[in-house]
Design a protein around this ligand. Structure first.
Ligand code: SAH
Length: 250
């Protein structure tokens, strides 16, 4: 049980598997006014950078669940490295349908909303683990500029223009789901570069270290085409942000 191997290759050197930077992750942690001992659940926790740094900086405790065995191992190593292994735990597994035994103060899913079958389903899933007054965090793309044609959406590796909204519409959609947007931290193009361009050096080094691997051609092709595709499409058209939500009182 794991994610497709190509992601474990291209993102093996990433600490954060999203266009958010360490600085913005820290900004988000501060913006949420986390208190020591706050409990955080992270579905699709990747290499655990959010939980580990927030445990170090704010004294939170938490659990992350991720389908990548490699990323989960990296998360555990990072926790040990930052001296927070007694505060955070990382579980290798499918987070679909996961509800925590104990209610949490913050329930998060950053850049993995397919886990709940989309944004609405993921918010519903996270809400099942949330204590009253708690905060849901959703990390999700939006259109920074509307793609002029479907071709541009495909260039961004989206299925179609309809896959994402413009930022005002995305914010309004949370309201329609019954949530107040209480904070947000948005990625920028430099953050996209850290996420996307970091894959290129990783791919280049992997190719040198793994001649004859069954994914050699695929990685070679990606390394050749990705810089131009990324600069033409994703970098210009796709935004990304983390949105903090609280259910509206009835
Ligand atoms: N939130 C992390 C990782 C985002 S990348 C960060 O911001 O760094 C998306 C993550 O979702 C990957 O780590 C991938 O392994 C994980 N993932 C994909 N499908 C999953 C599933 N069904 N259950 C749990 N994790 C999943």
């Amino acid at each position: 049980m794991d994610i497709p191997r190509i992601f474990n290759i291209t993102e093996s050197a990433h600490r954060i598997h999203n266009p958010i930077t360490p600085e913005k992750l820290a900004t988000l942690g501060a913006a949420l006014r986390l208190e020591a001992g706050s409990r955080v659940l992270d579905l699709g926790s990747g290499s655990g950078e959010m939980l580990c740094t927030w445990a170090r900086d704010h004294g939170i405790v938490g659990t992350g669940i991720d389908l990548s065995q490699l990323f989960t191992e990296q998360a555990k190593r990072r926790a040990a490295e930052l001296g927070v292994a007694d505060q955070v735990s990382f579980i290798h597994g499918d987070a679909a349908g996961h509800v925590s035994d104990q209610k949490v103060d913050v329930a998060a899913c950053l850049g993995a909303t397919w886990i709940g079958g989309g944004v609405a389903g993921t918010i519903e899933l996270l809400a099942r683990s949330l204590r009253p007054g708690g905060i849901i965090l959703v990390g999700e793309p939006y259109w920074r500029q509307l793609p002029p044609t479907e071709e541009f959406a495909k260039g961004c590796l989206a299925g179609s223009i309809a896959d994402f909204l413009m930022l005002p519409k995305l914010l309004a959609s949370f309201g329609r789901l019954g949530y107040d947007v209480v904070e947000m931290v948005l990625a920028d193009q430099d953050g996209w570069d850290r996420y996307e361009a970091a894959k290129w050096l990783t791919m280049r080094r992997w190719l040198e270290a793994n001649p004859g691997d069954e994914l050699e051609e695929e990685v070679r092709a990606q390394l050749s085409s990705e810089p131009e595709r990324y600069a033409a499409y994703t970098r210009e058209y796709l935004g990304w942000g983390v949105f903090a939500l609280m259910p509206r009182a009835r």
